[in-house]
Design a binder for this molecule. Sequence first.
Ligand code: UDP
Length: 241
Amino acid sequence: MNKPFSSIDILGIPFANATRNQFLDQLQGRIEHHQNTFVVTANPEIVMYARKDPAYRKLILTADFISPDGIGIVKASQTLKTPLPERVTGYDIFTHLLNWANQNKKSVYFVGAKPQVIKQLKLKLAQDFPNLQLTGAHDGYFKSDTEIVNVIEKQQPDIVFVATGFPNQEKFIAHNRHLTKGLWMGVGGSFDVFVGAVKRAPKWWQVHHLEWFYRLITDPRRLKRQLIIPQFMWKIHQLKK
Ligand code: UDP
């Protein structure tokens, strides 16, 4: 396939060398042309996970585009003297595509998050995005995915957002993406943030690139997961020319 962007390698993961707007334009164009697309938004945690799980790495390398989900990846690219233009976060792409889908009457399927969050998501979509065609929304705590997969295949949504957290969301997408001609993207905890079940850090923390630290101190369960970040930074430091 003809790749529109060059890629920048960070510890074996090729990131799309694109600005946020170039990235969004590309995705929207592909949706318009019914081109099947798999997007991964990868943070340092995902990069490190892929290093120790070759099967997961192989799977995310089948994505059409991998975007730098957060400042950690952008900083690493600068340290390695192959700078990426800016971060292109999952949540940002998610909300922009929702707006665009609403304006262009596109159809969307949502899977992931807790049942209560899905309930709120449906209400918010009906209120704020009345032109978006909701083809279905299912929570992410299912035993069998048969029902979900059948609806997606029947409804042929333009976009499928999967918010079950990594690595499961990427596995689900890689396994099922052939069912539609649309875009499939893993968006982690985005449904929670979107409905306000989880708050993003206040602006000050975001502006100072400390959102990760805010999340850490407000949700200490993340501590174990975030301990991987210094390891990521150390690996990058070792590669520094
Ligand atoms: N989740 C889910 N099914 C599961 C486990 C988790 O749908 O079996 C959801 C969870 O409710 C949350 C999201 O997956 O909405 C993962 O959020 P997290 O903040 O961990 O994502 P990340 O940090 O990877 O963006």
